[in-house]
Design a protein around this ligand. Sequence first.
Ligand SMILES: [Mg+2]
Length: 319
Amino acid sequence: MRRQLMGEFDFIARHFRPLAGRGAMELRNDGATMSLPEGGELVLSSDTMVEGLHFLPDDPPYTVAQKLLRCNLSDLAAMGSRPQHYMLNVSVPSGRHYNEDWFTRFAAGLAADQKQYDISLLGGDTTGSPSPLMLNVTILGSVRQGEALRRDGAQPGDGVWVTGSLGRAALGLQVRLGKLNGGKTSLVEAYRVPTPRIGLSLYGIVSAAMDISDGLLQDCGHIAEESGVGITLFEEELPFAPEVMAHMETHREMILLGGDDYELLMTCPVTQEAALQAHCKEHDVPLTKVGTVREGRGVAMLDKQRRPINFSRTGWQHF
Ligand SMILES: [Mg+2]
């Protein structure tokens, strides 16, 4: 940890030392250690959140912390990994509202999710910033050797499946920006606090997996490209909550392209569908088949009359 903030050591001691786990050595050394389960290999992923891009300056610090951890947890879920620890980097602009009180509440959000997901802080860095508040987490977990889920295994004939429901976070952001009349606060909650689908064991069941962060269509494009296949999605099969359906007429494209869902997107051979459904049911995770993998390239979404939908854009921009 470099000394770039006045009182950095006190700041770390107050806010982050209580979060330090086994191997962190109370954040008193140059680094940390991490042990892996026998036969396991390390899985790592990193996500940065920038004020004004991924969260709003007046979002509650407690939920900013939760979203930061949960975006990263969702990436590990997509890899089929059990999370263990994380590293945290914060770059704090001076003269703003990111003060002791803000970080006390931010650390409380981290603490709550550490408990919920059984993870702990291993280390990181704190600096000043001439620009917005920047938050970065590197999440560390493990899988059994060679059992990480990947994006490149989808085969023609496989089904395309998603967990949970879609579109709530995308609408929640619009509510926050004052661009959606009559949007429910539960949509804002979905935008601020996603539900990472960790804890499933899908190795050997699904043929490809990733999490939905940029929107169903764009993220299906990643699986299609990595697997060398095409994907067809069916609009009428997509899982939307009533609070999302209420805005379908006015915000259809935004809902269909979505973003920030942090649900799992998977392809699954027909022979494994029953196993996938049983496993998700056992873990109380809603699951919906939304499309099929085909020969070819690219992603098409068909409307209720099975005509391809033409979108004015392909993916999700956070703002
Ligand atoms: Mg991801």
